[in-house]
Design a protein around this ligand. Structure first.
Ligand SMILES: O=P(O)(O)OC[C@H]1O[C@H](O)[C@H](O)[C@@H](O)[C@@H]1O
Length: 544
């Protein structure tokens, strides 16, 4: 039965008809204790939904829809390792990557939790060898720079986490520089190589498939750069001293030339965009040290246990997901802004763009039918205080309804004796609260606003969520990302789509390969559409 043919869905549609006339400012006038009614907490992690266009009836109907869709059973399937990724016939067990060692999860008669932890130990060995200076380059000098080469799920997560948790850097990592290279055009690598010392640089080639052309092209450029700057050393020495391969496809890594001794593995039951908890997280472990990385895993595991066991009425991922379903499928809001009020979280929008849009950007349900209801919205974002001077004009006075996630840490710089920074944090908090207040309540917050000219009016009624951490640290960051992962899964269950595959990214790769020939030296007369042919001819003319 299509997702939008159910009793609860119909009830929500009639409720939406009634609610579509309401304004959040009216809801606050009618329910003065909205904050206590619509705020939910889990271990110092606060989710405030009171600035959403919801009432208790809305939440009750949304929870009924989740129950009707068998959400609890689907959660069980996810954690038990059922093949929830049906188009690739695989489990999706990112939760296993952060499960404590004393647990058991049997997959094909093997306890994969043992494997997860032996892998973490292997990663720990490498982290310690690099931190202690035992990992030496071809000149015998210790490594002082690590460059992670990867794209998508093999880049966005580790990149985001290393930025978010830079202040939690391990003492043993203080002298280690960590860089990330992902873009296929070589621009990031070219710029970086010009300032790196080949003798002290270690490349981590991160790729689940180890077939991604972006990553292999960057890896090849890095290898040639090393060979040119170390004519004495053999290729074998160079690779064994300056390359680590992280992949779920060890044969391909060997084929590229990286020996098993320099490989870290993970499994095909880990989705790329869910993989930073695995050995793909090596850069994070190098930044935080293994104890920091384990704290990160523990935070996510804590959210896993909450998601698995808490009643839907107080289950943070379920409530966040269903508030989204309400906005998207019943209030017809298809734009979602991610607004971290913390410069450390500057990369979380890019990460969530992949997590959400590559997971739920689907229009075919699990039965293979085209859906006739909305799924994943357009998601984008920026550090909130910067975005205030960029696209907030549209959020406040544009014609688009946009749901907004404000993400902020209540405490910061409290352990620094720096009153200026502490003041800047207060400024940041004040702006975070002010912006969500106006976006939701409009200029009803202002005396006499109604007499202002139209171009100075603020209509508000933009649904806002505030996620407040006590502090940003490896544990709370693990909680935060796991919250969004599970939110995405819940929405996929309501929409009856598979969130763990990404067939939509394949055709572009194929067409690009065939176009490469047309651009290459042996170029044949392009035989594509007239626009593509024309552009190829222009490129080749310019190239001559
Ligand atoms: O880790 P890799 O196999 O290199 O894949 C890197 C990325 O590329 C693919 O095309 C998908 O879009 C992503 O889901 C994936 O994370």
């Amino acid at each position: 039965m299509p997702a939008n043919e159910s009793v609860a869905w119909n009830d929500l549609q009639s409720h939406a008809y009634y609610m579509s006339q309401s304004h959040i400012s009216t809801l606050f006038r009618e329910e003065t204790d909205r904050f206590s009614l619509y705020t939910f907490e889990q271990n110092k992690f606060l989710l405030d939904l009171s600035k959403q266009r919801i009432t208790e009836e809305t939440l009750a109907l949304l929870i009924k829809l989740a129950e009707e869709k068998g959400l609890q059973q689907w959660i069980q399937k996810l954690f038990d390792g059922d093949h929830v990724n049906d188009s690739e016939d695989r489990p999706a067990l990112h939760t296993a990557l952060r499960t404590p060692a004393d647990r058991i999860l049997s997959i094909n008669d093997k306890n994969i939790i043992d494997e997860v932890h032996s892998n973490l130990s292997r990663m720990e060995e490498i982290v310690e060898r690099i931190h202690s200076g035992q990992w030496r380059g071809f000149t015998g000098h210790s490594i002082d720079t690590v460059v992670n080469i990867g794209v998508g799920g093999s880049d966005l997560g580790p990149f985001m986490a290393c930025k978010a948790l830079a202040e939690n850097q391990a003492d043993t990592a203080k002298s280690l520089k960590i860089h990330f290279v992902s873009s296929m055009d070589g621009s990031q690598l070219a710029e970086l190589l010009s300032e790196l010392n080949p003798a002290r640089t270690l490349f981590v080639i991160s790729s689940k498939s180890f077939t991604t052309i972006d990553t292999l092209a960057n890896a090849q450029t890095a290898k040639e750069w090393l060979k040119k700057s170390s004519y004495a050393a053999s290729e074998e020495t160079l690779i064994s001293r300056h390359f680590i391969g992280v992949s779920a496809n060890p044969d391909k890594v060997c084929e590229w030339g990286i020996p098993k001794s320099n490989q870290l593995e993970f499994w095909d039951w880990t989705g790329g965009r869910y993989s930073m908890w695995s050995t793909i997280g090596l850069p994070i472990a190098l930044k935080l040290g293994m104890s920091g990385f384990r704290e990160f895993l523990n935070g996510a595991h804590e959210m896993d246990e909450h998601f698995r066991n808490a009643a839907f009425s107080e289950n943070l991922p379920v409530l966040l997901a269903m508030a989204g379903i309400w906005n998207i499928n019943f209030l017809n809001i298809n734009a979602h802004a991610i607004l971290p009020y913390d410069g450390r979280l500057s990369h979380i929008p890019a990460y969530l763009e992949q997590l959400e849009m590559e997971s739920n950007g689907k229009s075919v349900d699990r039965q293979g039918n085209n859906v006739d209801y909305k799924t994943c919205p357009i998601l984008w974002g920026e550090v909130g205080t910067n975005a205030q001077h960029a696209f907030y004009q549209l959020l406040h006075q544009g014609t688009e309804a946009v749901m907004c996630d404000f993400i902020v840490a209540a405490r910061r710089y409290h352990d620094t004796n720096n009153p200026e920074l502490q003041h800047q944090h207060q400024l940041n908090l004040a702006n975070c609260l002010a912006q969500s207040r106006i976006l939701a309540l409009g200029d009803s917050v202002l005396e006499g606003a109604e007499s202002a000219p139209a171009f100075k009016r603020y209509k508000g009624n933009q649904p806002c969520t505030t996620i407040m951490l006590d502090e940003l640290n490896p544990f709370s960051f693990g909680q935060l990302i796991a919250l969004y992962e599970h939110k995405v899964f819940v929405q996929s269950v309501i929409w009856d789509i598979n969130p763990f595959d990404q067939w939509g990214v394949e055709l572009g790769k194929k067409v690009a390969t065939s176009l490469l020939d047309a651009l290459g030296t042996e170029r044949k007369q392009p035989d594509f559409d007239s626009s593509t042919n024309g552009l190829i001819n222009r490129i080749t003319e310019r190239g001559e």
